[in-house]
Every structure is written in structure tokens, then in C-alpha cells.
Design a protein around this ligand. Sequence first.
Ligand code: ADP
Length: 322
Amino acid sequence: MTDKRAVPVTQKPSSTSKNHADPPPSRVTEPEEDGEDYIIGGFLGKGGFAVCYEGTLARNGRVFAMKVVKSHMPQKKMEEKFRTELQIHSKMRHPFIVQFYRAFAFKQSTYVVLELCPNGSVMDMVRKRRCLSLPEVRRFMIQLCAGVKYLHKRFVAHRDLKMGNLFLDRNMNIKIGDFGLAAMILSDKDAKRRNTLCGTPNYIAPEVLDKSKGGHTQKVDIWSLGVICFAMLTGFPPFQSKTQEEIYKKVRSLTYVWPKESESTNFIPEEAKDLVSACLNLVDEERPDPDDIVEHAFFNMYDGCIPRQLDPACRFNKPIWL
Ligand code: ADP
């Protein structure tokens, strides 16, 4: 469902093997004289230009995710993008952001050593479950807001927040990943320069579509939070359509419909609808900040429980609350 057809627009190359590095050797070594060895393990997933494998640090058996990218990419622009991704991601350190450890070159590839998220993504979970329960949605939204607050305080806009980029660690905590489209936006001047069409159609904010609006800011991430919240509750993104053009038309005119109670697997309270509609505001300055979101009534309802822990079994089955 949802993210699958949502190919990133521009910037990130399409998924052809020409863009991907050759399969890595079974052991890779950091270039320094006393550099560490990693044993390459199972395949984790493939993105626009990276392939991810498990990597075990030979010295102590610690397991990481190793993102493998061709050192020399076919297009200069892709190389620049990857450099920006490394520059921004390497400076981030937060419990709800995939931890970046290091990057090094070995033979023809660059290896990025990342925190391993063994429970897949929120996208995988929603695909298997159809939609998530209110307590799960609350927990994920609160963690997501904490991560996004951290990014925005450091002037970083992620610009590609979507369920497929929200990874899950072994304790089912959200880890924001894939900084391939992230940008530093420090001033209005910076915002004005940010007028490249980037993101994933279903999650894209209206001001990104309209270049004449004078660029975009960190508020594009808040729009995506609204889309993510809607999609976790219903199982599909609000502006889903057959073609990209139709999606953009719906985004520009803010046309989305909640499923009827009789058709929905989930009971969706008015508070949740109100929160989503606050994030999906066509006027970017009027969207709430992460701090406002977590104060919303949706998180404070009479039965608004927020689970402290989630069992990884909830990737497949609706949890039973005791
Ligand atoms: P790209 O930058 O090419 O889009 P991604 O960062 O999306 O690549 O990674 C590609 C895939 O690798 C993801 O969809 C996911 O399946 C897997 N992956 C990425 N990072 C991790 C991680 N930290 N832990 C586990 N799997 C990961």
C-alpha cells in the first residue's frame, strides 16, 4: 500500500542496478592503519541508490546496518546529494533518529555504518496490519514529534518524512532515517532558495509544488506528519490517487476524505481528525510546531492511553492492552 508507488520526485535516482554498488565482499575494512573489520551479513533492503546489509564488527560482534553506495556515482548531482546526507546525518544524535556511526570507503564503494533497526519500518507494519490502533498511533506520533523538534531546532528540514523512512528499533521505538533529501534552512533567504521539487508525492506539502510561493521551510515536515498520522489511522494516505498529477491536484485544493465509520477498521475520534487537519494547513506558518502537536487533545483523551512499551509481535497483530 501507500508508499509503494510513491517514487521520490527528482533528486533521488530511480532504482536501477546501474545506480547501486556491486554486492559487497563478505568482509570490509576501514582504511586507517588500525581500521576495524566488518563481516557483511544478510540483506536488509534497497533504496533509490543504496543497498543495506547487516554488518558485524569483527572485534566485538556488535551488529549494525551498513548502507552501501557506489563511491563514484553516475551523476555529479547524486554525489553531491549523498555528501549532504552524510554531512547532515552525521551531526544528528537523538533517541528517535537512526544513529550515524561512521562512513568509509572500501574498494569501489562507500559504507555508512548506522544503528540497526531490525523491526522494519512503520510502512511495513501498516501494510501487514492495515491500520494501527490509537495507542500505537499516539506513541509513534509523540516519538516522531520529539525527533522532528530536535531536527528543526538545528535548522534541519528532513523533507522526506514518510512511513517508509520511519524505522523501528528492537524495542519498537521510532527511528527517523534516510536523510537523502534533508537540507539546512537557516533564514528566509535560505527558504527562498529552497524551491526544488523534492519529496514523495503522497507526502509532499503544497508550497513545495508551487515554486511561485517563494520556497519552503521546516514546516513541510509538519505537513508530512499530518499525512503520516492519517495513514497510520486509516491505512492509506489522504491524497492517494492513481496519478501523480491527481495527487498534486488534491494536495493543492486540500481534498481528502476520512473513511466512513461503517467502512473503517478503526474508530477515528474527532480529536485525531482535528490534529491531522491542523497539520494539513495550506498556510505553512499556521501549522503547529512539534511542541503544540504533543499538547493536542488527541494525546489527552479520557481513554488516551500511550503505551510505554510495544511488543515486536504488534508488527503483525493488533496488540491486546491489559
Ligand atoms: P536510499 O537512501 O537509497 O533511499 P534507504 O536509506 O531508504 O536508502 O535504505 C534502503 C533500505 O535499507 C530501507 O528501505 C530499509 O529496508 C533498509 N535500511 C536502511 N537503513 C536501515 C537501518 N538503519 N536498519 C535496518 N534497515 C535499514
